[in-house]
Design a protein. Structure first.
Length: 281
C-alpha cells in the first residue's frame, strides 16, 4: 500500500474513552496512539493490535508546541491525517490549577490549531470536554469570545485565568472545559475551510481509571451523589461515549460541526433544575 493511501487516526490520550472511539472509526486505517506516558500507549496499542487494528505509538506533551509538532510529523510520515481523537487531560484531583489550565485549556487549543493545519479534506475530529464546563456560571460574551479566539500563546495571559480569579482546581477544570467547547466552535470555521469537521463531547461520570481517582479522592462523595440523583441513576461507560464519537466522526454526522454534545445521564439537568441544585444561602 502506498503511503499516500493510508488514512491516519491520531488518538491523543490512550485511555478508555479514546480507545472506545478509535475502535469504532479506525477499521482499515492506521491508529497513532499518543500519550505522555509510553507505558499507557503500549498497553492500549497491545489491546487494539490484538483486536485487529494497525497501530503505532508516540509520546506527546500537549502543553508543548514542539512536542505537538513532532507528533504531527510522525503522523504525516505514515499517511494523511483523517481523524483526531483528543482525549488527553488532567482532572481536578490530579493537578494544580496552573497545570490544569496549561494542559486542558492551552494544550487543547494548541492541538486544535496545529491539527487544523494538516487535517485532510473529509476528515473529522472530536475533543473530550466535560459536563463540568456546563456547570460553570455564564461568562460574559467578551470572555466567551476571548476563550474561543485568543491566539494560543496569549490564552494563559487572559485576565479570567489568572491566579487571583482561579482559586482552586475545580474552577480551573470547569473553565478549561468550557474553553474547549468554545474553542472548538471557533476552530470549526477554520477546519471547514479544509473540508473537515470538529466537535466536542462533554461526558459526565464515565467509569475510567481517571474517574476512579475522582471517586476515591476528596470529591468522591459529591460524585456519588451526582450519580445517585441523576435522571439515569448510574455512571456511564466508555463505549457509550464511543458511540457518540462514532456518530460525530462518521458519515452520519456529516452535517455536525462546531457543536458540543453533553452526555451526563442528566446530572446537569439535576444540578440546574433538580435535587442537585445548590441550596440558597
Amino acid at each position: 500500500m502506498e503511503k499516500k493511501s493510508i488514512s491516519v487516526v491520531v488518538v491523543i490520550g490512550a485511555g478508555s474513552i479514546g480507545q472506545a472511539i478509535a475502535r469504532r472509526v479506525s477499521a482499515g486505517k492506521h491508529i497513532l496512539l499518543a500519550d505522555l506516558r509510553q507505558e499507557n500507549s503500549n498497553a492500549a496499542a497491545k489491546t487494539l493490535s490484538e483486536a485487529g487494528f494497525d497501530v503505532s505509538t508516540a509520546i506527546v506533551d500537549v502543553s508543548s508546541r514542539e512536542s505537538v509538532l513532532a507528533l504531527i510529523e510522525t503522523a504525516t510520515a505514515i499517511g494523511g491525517i483523517t481523524g483526531l481523537i483528543h482525549a488527553a487531560g488532567v482532572s481536578p484531583s490530579q493537578a494544580s490549577p496552573s497545570t490544569i489550565l496549561k494542559v486542558d485549556l492551552y494544550g487543547t487549543a494548541l492541538i486544535l490549531e496545529e491539527f487544523g493545519k494538516v487535517i485532510q479534506s473529509g476528515g473529522s475530529g472530536v475533543v473530550i470536554a466535560s459536563q463540568s464546563g456546563h456547570r460553570l456560571p455564564a461568562l460574559t460574551p467578551e470572555q466567551d469570545k476571548a476563550l474561543a479566539t485568543t491566539p494560543v500563546e496569549q490564552l494563559l495571559s487572559l485576565p479570567l485565568v489568572q491566579p487571583d480569579q482561579v482559586k482552586d482546581s475545580l474552577h480551573a477544570y470547569q473553565l478549561s472545559k468550557r474553553g474547549n467547547s468554545l474553542r472548538v466552535m471557533a476552530e470549526a470555521v477554520k477546519w471547514g475551510k479544509r473540508g473537515a469537521r470538529i466537535n466536542t463531547i462533554s461526558p459526565g461520570i464515565i467509569i475510567t481509571p481517571l474517574a476512579k481517582d475522582e471517586l476515591s479522592g476528596p470529591r468522591g462523595d459529591g460524585y456519588r451523589r451526582m450519580i445517585n440523583l441523576s435522571a439515569v441513576g448510574r455512571a456511564g461507560t466508555p463505549d457509550e461515549v464511543g458511540a457518540v464519537g462514532a456518530l460525530l466522526m462518521g458519515q452520519d454526522g456529516a452535517f455536525i460541526t462546531g457543536s458540543d454534545f453533553l452526555m451526563d445521564g442528566g446530572v446537569t439537568s439535576a444540578y440546574l433544575y433538580g435535587e442537585l441544585a445548590p441550596k440558597a444561602e
